[in-house]
Design a protein around this ligand. Structure first.
Ligand code: FAD
Length: 601
């Protein structure tokens, strides 16, 4: 049976949230506590969202184990971002951090404890005391299962406050009315294959990252960038998509993450000479320099022939000196991962690692209330009714490189602030805006095109080609030539996405249909990334291009970067595959600006 207007089911909610990871759940809590009717959709059971895999911690300047304050956190985040982060949003996040972490503690989060009962905190990459003097202990942790503990805590609070969950549902497209306001979404119930039109006063995108546009990734298979695809198709730009974080320690050959918490607890990276090479690259912070820095240093060692193993293509992470007792107490999952994915007993021998794609710094542009904004050349204009939080959004606090543990913090801070803003918005909203007759036509046509196809390519073949292309042309080290080739290849692959076929047309739990729909999102994210990357002619944060490396003493580029031309955010528009730019907000809310300077550690 094909999809028709007549068999669409229609429902109304004050708010529809797409995504039940940490950010979606934190926002949902504000809404259901305020008594709004909330539908939280998720492709998987909420506690299986990728937030569950977060290991290392959530940052907040509690100062439980070493002196700390929010201004040091603010400074580190700006420097970590290579000055591309907006300083107003960063101030807001770092000031709010202790509050939202204590709130989480009071929700029942089982943090590890110090002997005096306070929350245990470990050092993490780029987090320092007194503006870079030495590492500080800022990452609040529950062993190496912080995300697991956090997601379950938030889920339980939502059950208590009676949030409606729509489990195993896939949102397809945003619905905008004539004035451009967002008034709902279309979604598939995966169990039945039925199409729904969900009418809402506000829609919140909390769909997480899109790490699955790369071949080797620490991300869950569901991280296909659906929210970004939905926004791009609805005419909303994607911001700073050239900036993708490579985590230094993915298990070589497997991609599974070994948390930076390993190095926080004292683990050391070694090359084939057994040398602790980070001492050469970052004399002060060493193995705890920010991720872009460490990943590049590792790649450099491999390039110069000091990689380990028969093919000299990985680095060793050595934890043997920490002792089995500390490892079992602080890093129990890492020990398990060692056994299961590398056949290594990390208490006795070092484990092979390589930089692996981990996090997208860019996303759907928002302000600190989670409202989606579009730059009109002069100022940010709010898209009424549309909000975004979490990894799919770009507020932007992470700029060109995120500091470890700042993402879980971002979910809590902006999940809460968006939730609060939505409550006010909905309370002042009045009646539902009328739903246009043709609201679901676009989704219907996408579904029916798949159902009517009798020949064409499998979605997975196209998805695999996207991944291979991104891995090759948008890696740790980039060259202009390779990125330009990538732009052409991705355009060719985009043309193939329209020709994807669905062999199995059945309705009930048809994962092939879901994968075919996901490819339409992967390609938006991949093209945004490739085109934005090829256009940025400088090195900044995670975007390192061989052609534009300048030594810090180059008189033309005294900071190593090109701040004259490129201290600005990228905005990619899908319809014309075109770019615009907007200035970075260098002015914080209340404190003096941190002016751009050289980034050494
Ligand atoms: C292995 C790993 C370890 C990490 N460790 C840390 C750490 O220690 N500290 C830190 O700060 N950060 C860490 N990060 C990053 C951080 O965990 C993520 O950025 C963050 O959890 C993302 O949360 P989110 O709420 O944005 O999305 P997610 O938790 O990814 O949730 C996305 C939700 O959206 C739903 N969804 C997606 N598409 C659709 C659709 N079309 N329809 C319906 N629902 C949809 C999914 O089902 C899911 O519920 C880690 C990341 C990884 C991958």
């Amino acid at each position: 049976m094909s999809y028709t207007k007549e068999n669409i089911t229609k429902r109304k909610f004050d708010v529809v949230i797409i995504g039940a990871g940490g950010s979606g759940l934190r926002a949902a809590l504000e809404l259901s506590k305020a008594g709004l009717s909330v539908a939280a959709l998720s492709k998987v059971f909420p506690t299986r969202s990728h937030t569950v895999a977060a290991q290392g911690g959530v940052s907040a300047s509690l100062g439980n184990m070493s002196p700390d304050n929010w201004e040091w956190h603010f400074y580190d985040t700006i420097k970590g971002s290579d000055w591309l982060g907006d300083q107003d949003a960063i101030e807001f996040m770092c000031r709010e951090a202790p509050k939202v972490v204590y709130e989480l503690e009071h929700f029942g989060m089982p943090f590890d404890r110090n002997p005096d009962g306070t929350i245990y905190q470990r050092p993490f990459g780029g987090h320092t005391a007194n503006h870079g003097e030495k590492p500080v202990q800022r990452a609040c942790a529950a062993a190496d299962r912080t995300g697991h503990a956090m997601l379950h805590t938030l889920y339980q609070q939502n059950v208590k406050s009676k949030t409606n969950f729509f489990v195993e549902w896939m949102a397809l497209d945003l619905i905008r009315d004539e004035s451009g306001d967002v008034i709902g979404v279309t979604a598939l119930e995966l169990e039945t294959g039925d199409l729904y039109e969900l009418h809402a006063k506000a829609v919140l995108l909390a769909t997480g990252g899109a790490g699955r546009i790369f071949q080797a990734s620490t991300n869950a298979f569901i991280n296909t960038g659906d929210g970004l695809g939905m926004a791009a198709r609805a005419g909303i730009p994607l911001q700073d998509m050239e900036f993708w974080q490579f985590h230094p320690t993915g298990v070589a050959g497997a991609g599974v993450l070994l948390t930076e918490g390993c190095r926080g607890e004292g683990a050391i990276l070694r090359n084939s000479d057994g040398e602790r090479f980070m001492e050469r690259y970052a004399p002060t912070l060493k193995d705890l320099a920010p991720r872009d820095f460490v990943s590049r240093s590792m790649d450099q060692e491999i390039k110069e022939g000091r990689g380990c193993g028969p093919n000299k293509d990985y680095i060793l992470l050595d934890m043997t000196h920490l002792g089995a007792e500390t490892i079992r107490k602080r890093l129990p999952s890492v020990e398990e991962i060692g056994h299961n994915f590398a056949n290594v007993d990390i208490t006795k021998e070092p484990i092979p690692v390589v930089p692996t794609i981990h996090y997208q710094m860019g996303g759907i542009p928002t302000n600190i209330n989670g409202q989606v904004v579009v730059w009109d050349g002069q100022e940010n204009k709010v898209v009424n009714g549309l909000y975004a939080v979490g990894e799919c959004s770009c507020v932007s606090v992470h700029g060109a490189n995120r500091l470890g543990t700042n993402s879980l913090l971002d979910l809590l801070v902006f999940g809460k602030s968006a939730g609060k803003h939505i409550v006010n918005y909905v309370n002042g909203y009045g009646e539902f805006k009328p739903m246009p007759e043709n609201a679901s036509d676009f989704s219907l046509s996408r579904l029916n095109k798949l159902d009517e196809s009798s020949s064409g390519e499998y979605a997975q073949d196209v998805a695999n080609d996207i991944r291979a292309c991104m891995q090759l042309h948008a890696g740790v080290f980039r060259t202009q030539k390779s990125m330009d080739e990538g732009v052409k290849k991705i355009a060719d692959i985009r043309a193939r996405v329209g020709g994807v076929t669905l062999k199995d047309k059945s309705k009930v739990w048809n994962t092939a249909r879901m994968e075919a729909l996901e490819v339409a999102n992967l390609i938006e994210v991949a093209q945004a990334t490739m085109v934005s990357a090829a256009a940025r002619k400088e090195c900044r944060g995670a975007h390192t291009v061989d052609d534009y490396e300048h030594p810090a003493d180059d008189p033309k580029y005294p900071l190593g970067r090109n701040d004259i031309d490129w201290l600005k955010h990228t905005l990619w528009y899908s319809a014309a595959n075109s770019l615009e730019y907007k200035p970075v907000q260098l002015k914080p809310l209340t404190v003096p600006s941190v002016p751009p300077k050289v980034r050494t550690f």
